[in-house]
Design a binder for this molecule. Structure first.
Ligand code: M6R
Length: 606
């Protein structure tokens, strides 16, 4: 998604900005640009990777103040002029903007009538022109920004610098922005991890905040003109810069990181003696837990699939009705919120706009939300104020892999903890905990013996469509496998609970159609076996993910064994061959595995 990085200080801004952009790259973008103040503004913009922007930059661009941007197109195509920064009419103001200005069209026509010439098709460009116009009124950048924002409808993470003022002004409304305070230098970024090599001292901006920066000072106020305290916090968890090491792609690296990521997630989070989870972030008393009417889990994409598995586990282990919802649907469908219910917001980035809005909706209606989040200090984590970090470490590939496993793991521990306060026995709790502790080894065992993944790749890589089927806890795993293959290899995929196959999708099957079945050795295995037979009878070729030594092995045309695993924990293992099939198929088709087309790592627009 779009990214912002800005710098003011004694150093040359250009290399710092380019490095900042590189750190934002993983979020997904289609063009980038920088503006450096030096007499006038030197602006460079280019579609494609940051490396392509670098290729057009002069060796040196003198200047100690600058802003930079990675753009993920929303309004206007992927072109150099549409890339940010955007300069105002008289060249006095330059801005970068994340978010969407909903009333930009009105201002475009007003400004055009006043003689302003637009140089891009973006909604963002109006901001630079309005800001310049407002600045002319009283020559105060902060006041001009405030008046500009009061005219705009939409969302923004916004940063502007001025030719005639040594300040940088920033504003946040629905799109993250973090200020960094160094020694005699200040930074701004849309992602805290792009700041961590420069400083640990940060100010997380909240919606409605305005920050006015000089090289050695941060002044906070809000859109109404009230002063605010500059609340400097220390970045709690410093992620080391992700490096590829021996791996060719981040996606493969992150698949292989799953055992260690899982160890990080479970470390110190069990009370084995009581067969209980020990998540300090579950802020409900045993009495409140015993009276929970239901549980709702919210997420998008992979996070939604993890939420579905979490819902299944909470209902099974804690005997509370549990439902997973797609965040974007939930918030617009006028949900009835029960303040006694338990809500979970599941998100790797903690910045997904749809999930963030759903959380706001729940809070507005008096509900409580727990976060299940990877990025420490992210907007959703801070808004929930309670919950659990999943500790996957940085996930760079757009396709989420290790975060999925850790979301499911964290929700499993929640399920045990909620379950133990209700009907789950100590013995059952202990059994699941013991099995969870074994899980990293089982994943390592599978990664050493992956089975005929490449045969599966040969079967799916030229398919018109691939059908993914699973039942019970494996139905969301099938969905996750379909999402992975679709997003990195661009193959149309359909995922269904296996029992639904005969109610429609079966019509797709013809001689040689690939169908991937996820069938662990659980209580619905025999039902899945029948579905396999129904598919085979129609000429489909079956790729079967099954437990090693199980009597269902051999039912597939391609059989991929995973180690035997506790029924409640099978998703963390059965998803891995699906991730590998997606990865290797994308490679076989020459796709950009880590940066699939059109996608962004963190989707901060609704
Ligand atoms: O950061 P989040 O977990 O909230 O992101 C949610 C989805 O955008 C994300 O899972 C997306 O579906 C991934 N590209 C899946 O691999």
């Amino acid at each position: 998604m779009c990214g912002i990085f800005g710098y003011m200080g004694p150093k040359q801004a250009s290399p710092i900005l380019v490095e900042g952009l590189r750190k934002l790259e993983y979020r997904g973008y289609d063009s980038s640009g920088i503006a450096i103040k030096n007499g006038d503004f030197k602006i460079y913009k280019k579609i494609g990777k940051v490396a392509e922007l670098q290729s057009i930059l002069p060796k040196q661009i003198p200047g100690n103040v600058g802003i930079a941007h990675t753009r993920w197109a929303t309004h206007g195509g992927v072109t150099d002029p549409n890339a940010h920064p955007h300069l105002s009419e008289n060249g006095k103001v330059v801005i970068v903007h994340n978010g969407i200005i909903e009333n930009a069209r009105i201002f475009r026509s007003i400004l055009t009538r006043k003689g302003v010439v637009f140089h891009s098709e973006t909604d963002s460009e109006v901001i630079s022109h309005i800001l310049e116009y407002e600045l002319a009124r009283d020559n105060s950048p902060t006041k001009a920004l405030r008046r500009t924002l009061s005219k705009l409808v939409g969302t923004w993470g916004l940063c502007a610098i001025f030719l005639e003022h040594d300040v940088m002004v920033c504003a946040r409304n629905g799109s993250p922005l973090i200020i960094g305070q160094g020694d005699g230098e200040t930074f701004v970024s849309s992602d805290p991890h792009a700041l961590s090599t420069h400083t640990q001292r940060v100010v997380f901006m909240e919606d409605g905040d305005i920050a006015t920066l000089t090289h050695d000072n941060i002044t906070m106020s809000n859109i109404h003109g009230h002063s605010l305290d500059t609340d400097v916090t220390i970045l709690e968890e410093e992620w080391e810069e992700a490096v590829l090491g021996d791996f060719e792609h981040y996606m493969l690296k992150e698949i292989y990181e799953q055992p260690d990521a899982l160890r990080q997630c479970i470390n110190g989070r069990f009370d084995r003696v009581r067969g209980n989870g020990r998540l300090g972030g579950l802020k409900l008393t045993p009495l409140e837990l015993s009276k929970l009417p239901h549980v709702r889990l919210l997420g998008c994409g992979t996070a939604n699939h993890a939420a579905e598995i979490g819902g299944f586990l909470i209902e099974s282990l804690a005997r509370i009705p549990s439902f997973a919802h797609i965040s974007s649907e939930f918030r617009t469908n006028e949900p009835v919120i029960n303040p006694n219910a338990l809500h979970f917001a599941v998100s790797q980035s903690g910045e997904t706009a749809d999930t963030l809005s759903a959380v706001k909706e729940i809070l507005l209606k008096g509900g409580k939300v727990h976060g299940v989040i990877n990025v420490v200090g992210s907007s959703i984590a801070r808004l929930c104020g309670q919950g659990v970090y999943i500790h996957s470490g940085p996930e760079q590939a757009v396709a989420s892999t290790k975060a999925f496993s850790n979301m499911v793991t964290a929700l499993t521990i929640f399920a045990i903890q909620v379950g133990r306060s209700r009907t789950l026995s100590k013995e059952k709790g202990k059994e699941i905990i013991d099995n969870l502790q074994q899980l990293p080894h089982l994943i390592e065992e599978y990664l050493e013996h992956q089975g005929p993944i490449m045969e599966a790749v040969d079967l799916v890589k030229h398919a018109k469509c691939v059908l993914f089927l699973g039942r019970g806890i494996s139905a969301p795993v099938a969905k996750e496998g379909a999402l992975k293959l679709m997003e990195v290899a661009y193959i149309p995929c359909l995922a269904y609970p296996a029992g639904e196959m005969k109610h429609g999708p079966i019509a797709l099957l013809e001689e040689g159609s690939p169908v991937i079945f996820v069938v662990p050795n659980d209580h619905v295995k025999e039902k899945s076996r029948s579905a396999i037979h129904e598919c085979r009878a129609r000429g489909a070729k079956i790729i079967l993910i099954h437990e090693a030594g199980d009597d269902i092995s051999g039912e597939g045309d391609i059989n991929i064994p995973i180690p035997q695993v506790n029924n409640y924990l099978s998703p963390m293992l059965s998803v891995i061959p699906l991730q590998l099939i997606a990865y290797h198929t994308a490679l076989a088709l020459g796709c950009d595995v880590d940066r699939p087309r059109n996608l962004a790592k963190s989707v901060t627009v609704e």
